[in-house]
Design a protein around this ligand. Structure first.
Ligand code: SAM
Length: 265
């Protein structure tokens, strides 16, 4: 085993910050060292500097390295209050157009499919659609597979579990699959929140939960302002109940609940 030097670690943290906005302190050094070391062994390299140079040269390896950095913890129906808000919104919605919801930083898709279950239980399939995005290409692939450990289903309300989850058999024992029909209205793609992405369209609700925590204030502001370019006036931004936008100086957002904001521009 070789160790990462202070200088090498600093080069990686700068690269990571510039690419995806995540700020990594010294406390993460040992973790990244062990994750990157596996890639060093795989490519039979001699130092972390060589691995750094490889990431600079080869975009595909840079993406792989960034995949190793992100924290993807998630679960179904995380922060229940947000799903009560969603239900109320859907019941009161009088617009003529399809409701579009974005699960930004979607991880493996538990958030997007939870939203989908609520939408499907209240609206016809042609009245709503969901986009899930994440920087990590591996989690995006997993989200598209819609296959989860059975223990994950415990957080799903029983009526939804019965309706939208298929228990695995044989080689899928201990897992469950999200209903194919439900998944037809849920798409996933990679996306970097540090960049404005007009091509994904405009949304009525954006879930941006449990990701701001990894950014510094400047990056948080940038990310929110980027996202607001994909939101119309009157749409809602939902962040985690453990996060806040205090002191960021973002204009055009009115706080309607502790973690829910309305676009008022
Ligand atoms: C902890 S998970 C949150 C998942 C889900 N929103 C939830 O609340 O359960 C954070 C996700 O943010 C993603 N992420 C981190 N930086 C990102 C960036 N710059 N652009 C897009 N996604 C990013 C990570 O890959 C990770 O999957």
């Amino acid at each position: 085993m070789i160790n990462i030097t202070k200088q090498e670690y600093q080069k990686f943290t700068e690269l990571i910050f510039n690419e995806i906005g995540i700020t990594l302190g010294e406390s993460k050094q040992a973790l990244l060292e062990s994750r990157f070391y596996k890639r060093i062994l795989y490519f039979q390299l001699h130092s972390f500097e060589e691995y750094y140079q490889l990431c600079i040269r080869e975009n595909s390896e840079k993406i792989e390295m960034l995949n190793l950095v992100t924290t993807n913890e998630t679960y179904f129906f995380r922060e229940k209050d947000h799903f009560s808000f969603l239900k109320k919104y859907l019941l009161e919605y009088r617009g003529a157009t399809k409701i579009k919801i974005w699960s930004a930083a979607a991880s493996v898709g538990a958030e997007a499919y939870s939203i989908a279950m609520v939408c499907d239980s209240l609206l016809p399939a042609n009245r709503w659609e969901i986009l899930g995005t994440d920087i990590n290409s591996h989690v995006v692939k997993k989200a598209r597979m819609r296959l989860y450990q059975l223990t994950w289903s415990e957080k799903i309300p029983q009526e939804f579990r019965m309706k939208y989850c298929l228990k695995g058999k044989g080689k899928y024992e201990g897992m469950f699959l999200i209903n194919r029909e439900l998944a037809k209205n849920v798409k996933f793609q990679t996306n970097n929140l540090l960049e404005v992405n007009y091509s994904i369209g405009t949304f009525d609700i954006v879930f941006l939960r449990n990701v701001l925590i990894y950014f510094n204030n400047e990056t948080r502001k940038k990310v929110i302002e980027n996202i607001m370019k994909n939101m119309k006036s009157g749409s809602y931004l939902i962040i985690s109940q453990t996060e806040n936008l205090n002191g960021l100086g973002i204009e055009g957002l009115e706080q309607v609940e502790s973690s829910i904001f309305k676009v008022v521009v």
